[in-house]
Design a protein around this ligand. Structure first.
Ligand code: 5GP
Length: 202
């Protein structure tokens, strides 16, 4: 029995974190892949829940040891998905949500043989994105400018994804993403809780 990777990419400030929180609490048998990063924790972020916060030498050692399914440098920091915890959750039958950037998603598309679907979350438009990025007040001006530039670039990658969810309203976007996950389970003949029908012993 093996679950599916739900790869979700979105430019920074799209509202992805809020959408994912809703989906994680609404859909059964879903796990979140906690990435490693070298960026500083934001206020309220918890080590081991939001990210594993590590320093650059530790991250680079993990790269050298081949511990990552994928990793990338995003906004001048390293981000990566460790393979081992992912495998354990997949083996237990969980579908796993990976919140990763377009580079990481491309690596998985190219190199991984794990079952995966790719979903891109987009803001209604770029001016809305700028408004949201400034509104959350967690980044300084230089960081905002860098993230907006990256966002324009990232939006060009959305064609490579199987699904596009436009975040016009958070509730709608969360419902659409939940629907995509349920549709994927139906396609691969799983129950609502993500378990296989065949061999489930019932
Ligand atoms: P943030 O700093 O806003 O939490 O995340 C910045 C970007 O890094 C987001 O686009 C997010 O999806 C991406 N990211 C988070 N974790 C990973 C990861 O493990 N791998 C890759 N490639 N990108 C990640």
């Amino acid at each position: 029995m093996s679950g599916t990777l739900i790869i979700v990419s979105a430019p920074s400030g799209t509202g992805k974190t809020t959408i994912l929180r809703r989906v994680m609490s609404a859909v059964e048998n879903l796990a979140f892949s906690v990435s490693h990063t070298t960026r500083e924790p934001r206020k309220g972020e918890i080590d081991g829940t939001d990210y594993w916060f590590v320093d650059r030498p530790r991250f680079e050692r993990m790269i050298d040891n081949g511990e990552f399914l994928e990793w990338a440098e995003v906004h001048d920091n390293y981000y990566g998905t460790a393979l081992e915890p992912l495998r354990k959750k997949l083996d237990k039958g969980y579908d796993i949500v990976l919140d990763i950037d377009v580079q990481g998603a491309a690596i998985i598309r190219r190199e991984s043989r794990l079952p995966a679907i790719h979903v891109f979350i987009a803001p209604p438009d770029l001016s809305e994105l700028e408004k949201r990025l400034r509104g959350r007040g967690t980044e300084d001006e230089a960081t905002i400018v860098k993230r907006l530039k990256n966002a324009a670039q990232e939006l060009k990658s959305c064609d490579a994804y199987e699904y596009l969810v436009v975040n016009d309203r958070v509730e709608n976007a969360a419902q659409v993403l939940s629907g995509i996950i349920y549709a994927e389970r139906a396609r691969s003949r799983k129950t609502m809780s993500g378990q296989d029908f065949v061999g489930s012993g019932s």
